[in-house]
Design a protein around this ligand. Structure first.
Ligand SMILES: O=C(O)C(=O)C[C@]1(C(=O)O)C=C[C@@H](O)C=C1
Length: 367
């Protein structure tokens, strides 16, 4: 008697074979077209080299991604295609030149995730131990770009980044927003012998209620990054770490509990630092730092040109000024690009009246 399972299998194979032949044919076309695209990127690379232009053009990539979503006939979701296209552009870019990007390491941090989200994986990633290190590396041309966290939806601004932006000559040429999902990670998954939970102080704060409810008696120890905590947990079973599942996989840890952050909408925004300025994209924002003379109504008066010229403010943060004479520096993000007429006019008036003015750059908005 013939085996029914084998019979079924050959039936399935018979039905699949013609569809798989079509997939093979489509793959061959994709392969050809992707290589054609890479050759064109190489040609772009030669032109850029001739005119000493930077290889990475965030505004052009923003246009390409917008076009992909606008022209997408489906059924593939646009956001998935955009993820794919970021990698395609990353590989094409690498054919022009290997782009060096400094990030807050070690491997497995959220900053690493943000870097790959922005640049794709075909880059030379350089891991740095502090935000200061990233600024220094890019300033000294050790990397063309740096990715640093700037604000978290629960914890607010990353003060060190804000302070360094004030002093550094670097510009902002991009931003990345990342959903932050923390997991409790342990070498074996058995928490009974754990005496210490380690994580970056922001991660400990973001899981405050969950930790109070589940592990109120275990000591919490802040470390310089969640990935460093994951490394510690991998080496010592008395240590558990709060970090991403990606870090867990990287350091061969078990997930004891996933998504333990107190706020389900926990997001961190990162910025991309560079020496280069960014051209106009389909949807830009600009970041500036201001200080006003210390008198009543000064901030209102200083920002009045924004209202008059129709410029929308997106973010307003203050940092205490250390120098004498000013009380605060104001960090302002607004919609638009410095090369747009109405923005240029508003900024010219603001700069003329400010006690301090610094433009950090215009760059494509990302969700
Ligand atoms: O259009 C360019 O300037 C390119 O270099 C091509 C390309 C792409 O692959 O589409 C690659 C890198 C740039 O960052 C932008 C776009």
């Amino acid at each position: 008697m013939s085996d029914p399972i084998l019979n079924d299998k050959s039936e399935v194979d018979k039905d699949l074979a013609p569809i798989r032949a079509q997939i093979d044919a489509v793959d061959a076309q994709l392969l050809h077209l992707l290589n054609e695209r890479a050759k064109l990127a190489q040609a772009v690379g030669h032109v850029k080299q001739k005119h000493a232009q930077p290889v990475f053009r965030p505004e052009r990539e923003a246009f390409v991604l917008q076009k992909i979503a606008a022209q997408n006939p489906g059924p593939l979701p646009s956001h998935s295609l955009q993820t794919l296209w970021r990698e395609v552009m990353s590989i094409c870019r690498a054919m022009e030149e290997a782009v060096k990007v400094a990030y807050l390491g070690p491997a497995g941090t959220y900053t690493e995730q943000a870097m790959y989200k922005q640049f794709g994986h075909a880059i030379d990633a350089i891991d740095c131990t502090t935000v200061d290190d990233i600024f220094r590396t890019v300033e000294a041309d050790g990397a063309a770009f740096g990715v640093v966290p700037i604000e978290n939806s629960i914890e607010g601004a990353v003060n060190r980044t804000m302070d360094l932006l004030l002093a550094s000559p670097l510009k902002i040429c991009g931003e990345v927003s990342l959903a932050i999902r923390h997991s409790m990670l342990h070498k074996t998954g058995d928490m009974s012998g754990v005496t210490t939970i380690v994580a970056h102080p922001q991660a400990l704060a973001q899981c405050y209620n969950w930790l109070k409810q589940h592990y109120p008696h275990i000591e919490q120890k802040p470390v310089s990054s969640n990935a460093q905590g994951a490394q510690m947990a991998a080496a010592d079973p008395s240590v558990a770490a709060i970090a991403s599942d990606i870090a867990g996989t990287k350091y061969a840890l078990q997930t004891v509990a996933a998504s333990i952050q107190d706020d389900a909408n926990n997001r961190t925004r990162f910025i991309v630092l560079a020496k280069q300025l960014c051209g106009i994209s389909p949807n830009d924002k600009t970041s500036i730092i201001l200080a006003t003379p210390n008198k009543a109504g000064a901030v209102y008066a200083l920002l009045e040109p924004f209202a008059r010229k129709g410029v929308s403010m997106l973010r307003f943060e203050s940092r205490p000024a250390r120098q004498k004479g000013w009380e605060y520096f104001f960090y302002i993000d607004f919609a638009g690009h410095i090369d747009e007429q109405h923005v240029r006019e508003a900024l010219a008036e603001i700069e003329a009246n400010a006690a301090f003015y610094k433009c950090l750059g215009s760059y494509p908005v990302t969700s």
